[in-house]
Design a protein around this ligand. Structure first.
Ligand code: HEC
Length: 214
C-alpha cells in the first residue's frame, strides 16, 4: 500500500515539476523577450537621437585637445617672462619663432651641449643638424599654413619631410610622434590649426649643417 502511495505520489510529482518548469521557463522567456524588445527600442532611440561616437566629435575641439596634450605650444609659441616666471605669449599663439628676433651665433658644437636654445623664446634650436626655428602654424597665407591642404600636412607629418619635400624636417620637431596618430586625429589637428587667427610672422629658413666629414 505504502508502495502504491509512493508510486502514485512520484507519478503525480513528475508532471507537476514538469508543469512548474514549463511555466517558469515561459515566464523567463517572456521577460527575456520583453528585455530584448526594450533594448531594441533603446538602441533605436539612441541612433535616432545621437550620431555615432566618432561622428559626434567636433574635429576642431578634438584638434585643440591634441595640440594641447601634444605640447605644440612649448616650441611653436614664443615664451616670455611673466609675473610668475616664463610663460607662452598667447598673443603669438603657435606663430613660431618671431621674425624680428636676432639669434646670436650658436657656440661651437664641440664645446657646447648637443642642443642649444638660442633665445629666451625657446623657439630656436642649434645642434648637430644646424639651426632650426619653429614654424608658424597659424593659417597665414604667406608665412604660415594658409596655403596648405590637409594632404600636405598629413604627408609632411607621416614622412618627416618638409612640406615642400625639399629636405628632412629638422630636430627637435617630434614629427614621428605625429606620424603615429590616426588619419582622423591628424585631420583634427589640421582643422584646429586652420581655425586659428592668422598671424603674419616670417620664420627664418633653417641653417643646415654640412654632413659630418664633408
Ligand atoms: C620640441 C619642440 C617642438 C614641439 C614640441 C613641436 N614642434 Fe613642430 N617644429 C619644431 C621645429 C624646430 C620645427 C622646424 C623644423 C624645420 O625647420 O625643419 C617644427 C616644424 C613643424 C611643422 C612644419 C613642418 C614642415 O613641413 O617644415 C609643423 C606642421 C609642426 N612643426 C607641427 C607641430 C605640431 C602640430 C606639434 C604638436 C603636436 C609640434 N609641431 C610640436 C619644434 C617642435
Amino acid at each position: 500500500m505504502l508502495n502504491v502511495w509512493k508510486r502514485d505520489r512520484s507519478r503525480m510529482f513528475v508532471p507537476r515539476i514538469a508543469a512548474i518548469g514549463a511555466i517558469s521557463g515561459g515566464i523567463a522567456a517572456l521577460f527575456l523577450f520583453a528585455g530584448c524588445q526594450r533594448a531594441e527600442q533603446q538602441a533605436e532611440t539612441q541612433t535616432s537621437q545621437a550620431p555615432p561616437a566618432s561622428a559626434s566629435i567636433d574635429p576642431v575641439a578634438r584638434g585643440k585637445y591634441l595640440v594641447t596634450v601634444g605640447s605644440c605650444n612649448d616650441c611653436h609659441t614664443p615664451w616670455k617672462m611673466g609675473e610668475k616666471g616664463p610663460e607662452p605669449d598667447m598673443t603669438k599663439y603657435l606663430s613660431g619663432h618671431p621674425q624680428e628676433m636676432v639669434v646670436p651665433p650658436p657656440p661651437q658644437l664641440s664645446e657646447g651641449p648637443w642642443m642649444w636654445l638660442g633665445t629666451g623664446t625657446m623657439t630656436a634650436f642649434a645642434g648637430p643638424w644646424g639651426v632650426s626655428y619653429t614654424a608658424n602654424l597659424t593659417p597665414d597665407d604667406e608665412t604660415g599654413i594658409g596655403v596648405w591642404t590637409e594632404d600636405i600636412f598629413i604627408n609632411a607629418m607621416r614622412s618627416g619631410k618638409h612640406w615642400r619635400q625639399t629636405r628632412p624636417i629638422l630636430p627637435p620637431m617630434p614629427w614621428f610622434s605625429l606620424a603615429a596618430m590616426t588619419d582622423e586625429d591628424l585631420k583634427a589637428v589640421f582643422s584646429f590649426l586652420k581655425s586659428l587667427p592668422p598671424i603674419k610672422n616670417m620664420v627664418p629658413e633653417p641653417v643646415i649643417a654640412p654632413a659630418p666629414g664633408t
